[in-house]
Design a protein around this ligand. Structure first.
Ligand SMILES: N[C@@H](CCC(=O)N[C@@H](CS)C(=O)NCC(=O)O)C(=O)O
Length: 215
């Protein structure tokens, strides 16, 4: 049976491909694994039946015949393991690719998400300008660290891997912002990821949900 994932029935990103099922869709497309999608409303995500799969009431989740998983990076890693693809063969390079996945989710993503949330939810607060300046600076630091890496690497490891799926999807939240444009090496890395045919197919599939919901 093909795996089933969950995704937003109505994504708040208005079709920009930022919801975290995007990473999972992209991994499936890279390995050629067909999959089903169960679309959920915000209310359904908070129901006990979904929380049994995702304790925090979020998307995405993954289910196959024997396994249920949550956390997009863990799902991407599982897909890579199951298909023996998207991870370096060499044991040390593989360990480093895993480290990059953790880095994307625990070192890079929090700064970017905190800034996005502040822009979305706190714009009317008297301290907004000062706080955004501080959050911008934190993101700038991470991007400049990554920029050093991408000044002489195309991907996080020698070859494109699951770690790049996780990192590119994290960084895409900054597409269109000066923060990313100011770091051409990182912007080019994101563009390289987006140029992969598998990314294009995943984006199209997620975008179709947005188009159908807004029709
Ligand atoms: N670390 C989790 C984050 C999951 C997450 O934040 N999902 C968002 C959609 S991209 C969500 O479900 N938000 C609704 C909510 O938290 O109520 C992952 O990568 O899977």
């Amino acid at each position: 049976m093909n795996p089933t994932i969950t995704a937003f029935a109505q994504s708040p990103d208005r079709g920009r491909g930022l919801a975290r099922d995007m990473a999972v869709r992209w991994a499936f497309e890279e390995v050629g694994q067909p999959y089903h999608v169960r679309l959920l409303s915000f209310a359904a995500m908070k129901e006990p039946v979904h929380r049994a799969l995702q304790p925090f009431g979020q998307i995405p989740t993954y289910e196959d015949d024997s396994l249920a998983l949550f956390e997009s990076a863990a799902i991407v890693f599982h897909i890579a393991e199951r298909h023996r693809a998207l991870m370096p063969q060499d044991a040390e390079a593989r360990a480093r690719a895993i480290a990059w996945m953790f880095a994307a989710k625990s070192t890079v993503e929090p700064t970017i998400v905190e800034r996005s949330m502040a822009l979305l939810l706190e714009a009317d607060r008297p301290w907004h300008t000062e706080r955004i300046a501080m959050l911008d600076e934190r993101v700038r630091t991470r991007l400049s660290d990554l920029s050093r890496w991408f000044s002489n690497h195309n991907w996080l490891e020698d070859e494109f891997s699951a770690a790049d799926i996780v990192m590119v999807t994290v960084l895409r939240r900054l597409v269109g912002s000066e923060l990313l444009e100011d770091q051409p090496a990182v912007a080019s890395y994101v563009a390289r990821g987006e140029a992969r045919p598998a990314f294009g197919r995943a984006f199209k599939a997620q975008h179709a949900v947005f188009t159908a919901a807004s029709a």
